[in-house]
Design a protein around this ligand. Sequence first.
Ligand SMILES: Cc1ncc(COP(=O)(O)O)c(C=O)c1O
Length: 472
Amino acid sequence: MADAHDILQTAARIAAGHLDGLADGPVWRPTPPALRVGLAGQALPDQGLDAEQVLEALERDVLAYPMGNGHPAFFGWVNAAPHPAGVAAALLAAAMNPSSAGGDHGDVHLERAAVRWIAELVGFPHEPGAGLLTSGASMATIVAVGAARQRALAAAGWDVRAHGLSGAPRLVAYGSEEVHSCVRKAVELLGIGSENLHVAPVDESGGLQVDALRRAIAADRAAGAVPFLIVGSAGTVSTGAVDPFDELASIAAEEGLWFHVDGAYGGLGVLDPAIAHRYAGMERADSLALDPHKWLQVPAGVGCLLVRDRAQLRETFSYVPAYLRDDAAGELGWYSEYGIEQTRPPRSLPVWAAIAARGREGVAADITACASTARLLGELVERDPDFELAAPVETSIVAFRYAPAGSEPDEADRLTAASAAAVQAAGRAFITDSTFRGRAILRACLINPLTDAGDVSLLLEEVRGAGAALRP
Ligand SMILES: Cc1ncc(COP(=O)(O)O)c(C=O)c1O
């Protein structure tokens, strides 16, 4: 068996070769059918393989078929090209392999800085302990909605930790039609029920319509329900729209509701001076979910929740069994008292590294580059008679349609939706589709600062070619 030194050197060579070679290969290609079957169905080996063989198999059969998100012409979903410093730090984190639940080891202390740095980057007020790293924004949202539920029911005289929800007042949460599905999952999982997530319509850019929200809150109160949570989006997933936070924060304050911002994809957009004004009021939220594994380019598996009042998390989650009592933990206690996980991976290392390697200015320059290239793509779309912009470009997602002259809206829907798969299959660019206000859209998400003017022009030519080939 190779020693740790040899195997890690080989791993580093393979990882570096992979990153260096990404831009030269296809953005994405399907896994050959026989390999799919082979990967999924392979037999459990009786004897261990040589460490070199293990890495060779991974390089040949797995790394050779990537998702595509490391490539500058990848515009799909919201998946980052990992920052090399983050990749390297993820390896160090695995070598260290602590549980970041708490205690006195470097990763635990580093998480305090990583969380505070994220808060400072986006201008969210922060006291030590008022936030933690999670597996992603879905988990951050569950933690935030759990804390909001706890606070609202405690105010109504109901101890949800002891009694559960049977017989509790009916809670109602609010968001827009474009609120991310992770909010729906959180309210379902926490026993609030998706029927009690009331969504307000959006305007032409995808932002929540505040008047409709006010009316919904009044109607629910009149019906005897307890409104408890407003969720605003700092970048919706379809169009990148930013909700009107100042107004949402004021409504939440007037009505005594928890105000949560889903900044999973777009929270960091506040670093681009050209669009920072859209985020006014985000700092007034009770909680803010962000995803370092998106626009901050940390390798996948890291979200972050920031809260205004750390006591709200502890009141919701703290449970310290006798075997975990740690008098040395100090006033802040363990991270496991602030969320759901007990054993927690050391997520702070890649987050810290991806920020430290660039500093505030470098991160801001990367965010600004993405948003400005997205605006360029928006302009190209608007000028081109074959395309229609589906919504103004508010952050770094460009929602558009392939709608060549003479095409009826229904035909443009069909061509738009079908062109995504055709572009993906051709392998020169990668884009995904969705719907917005009842119409098919393509949505190009730009979170790789290496994506440039050439890549966005290439994307449009790929869509045009694919769309034209789909016409009868
Ligand atoms: C706007 C938005 N919110 C929440 C999420 C969920 O985040 P995660 O995938 O990290 O759980 C996503 C993921 O794409 C998103 O784009």
